[in-house]
Design a protein around this ligand. Sequence first.
Ligand code: HEM
Length: 504
Amino acid sequence: MQTSKFKSLFNFAVINKNCIRTATETGTATRKDKIKPWKEIPGPPSLPFLGQLHHFMPGGAFSDMRDPLTTMRLIETYGPIIRLDSMFGKRPLMFLSDPESVELVLRSESSYPIRPGFDSLEYYRKVYRKRKGIKFHATGLLSDHGEVWQEFRSIVNPVMLQPKTIKLYTTVLDEVAQDMIKRMRSNRDENYMITKELDKEMNLWALESIGTVALGCRLNCLEPNLSTDSPEWKLIQCVHELFTTANQIDFIPSLWRLIPTPLYNKVMKAYEKHENLTKYFIKKGKDNMKNKSDTEKAVLEKLLEINEEAAHIMASDMLFAGVDTASNTVIATLYLLAQNQKKQDKLREEIMSKSERKPYLRACIKESLRLMPVVAGNARRTTKVFHILGYEVPKGVDIIFAHREMSMMEKYFPRANEYIPERWIAAKDDPLHYGKAHPFVYVPFGFGARACIGRRIAELEMETFVARLIENFQVYWFGPPPKTVQHSLNYIKGPYNFVFKDIK
Ligand code: HEM
């Protein structure tokens, strides 16, 4: 009797201990005694002294991170969970391509999710500028974390995410789209090909669009005689330089955290240049503010009424995050529609119908973001211990979710290599219906409280412009497919073999 009483007390203590453990350790249902330590997670083998560094050297598994196939090769070699140890002060890293585990991490994040990946920007804004005597409170959504991030986000959310508010920019974004069509017409040669670099042209459209929404005035990026010395061109070059170089110190093992390397100096100078250029544009926006009605107000003006610091930072971040993202997605959509003429004709039919609802247009862009996403994956820093696929993942690990790779897997999206916008609007019983894929496979704008703040603006911009493009041109592509190069963003590289024939 006594013994059984003790036994039940003992059991209670064990249950209680387990309850306490599950409050801090979150994971899939693998028995605790079977959980393997972090060090046993598969990954490229380590060498004494060098660790995993040699894999980043020529010939190594990570030597060409610019090749978008690198991650898929790693998944094929090591499986859905891959470990990379800490190097040169960079945190340990993990690649995850199992949607249930991705869901587990994203759903159990704290109220202040941490997205790693902009370490150099964070350093520039918090350390480098401070050394130059510039004081800061918030530094922006891309680089802030914790309470400061949440306070900032709660100020900008209503201005940037409410569909009703975003819809007010429809007319001005359509004006930009129509001006861009005119510019493209006048920039074609006798073969109906654009004579200028198409990526830069699309950047001009994206900057003009996001600039108009952010600052409330036309920047005039689409002027026929825009000089390459103009602030508009300089800003485009600078954003491109930042997304391509910062990546090398943010993701690839580098000594910059210990000593100022030449690349570090280059990146810091580029951030400084971006800051000075955006100051010029914000001034332009402020000079144009007079006598605007509430419906005409831009993001800058609306935020200035709430918080001046947030207004400046958000306008600057929009001119950073809103240029290459939207322009590369439009290039991808044009390429995929050019390669799929029937889908292009179907889209044109919907656009010409003048119906308010445009489900096929949305589906075409969604499918482009699946096949050729501008952001390959997403990331979170663990804020607690996780049990993932039978392994213990400690606090403070950076996890990269391989959304692009999962979106290309046949088990989630049947006929994964094909451009099938129909899957996004198909009936539930259709085998192609998108709902057959786990919802955490394809998440192009991220998830939860930290999801992309520019999503609604980007969607409106892209839908408006793609509609005008397809209304005006029959788009063709000839020759081999374009190459994609992976930096912080995925860039579709030239030569751009597009032909833009007028629709009669
Ligand atoms: C095709 C267009 C775009 C795509 C695919 C995209 C994708 C993303 C993704 C995946 C994230 C990370 C979300 C997460 O951590 O869960 C993000 C964050 C962010 N995006 Fe976008 N984005 C796009 C356009 C834009 C535009 C136009 C803007 C500017 C208004 C913008 C501003 C931002 C900002 C400021 C964040 C950080 C949000 C935060 O941490 O609170 N993005 N975006």
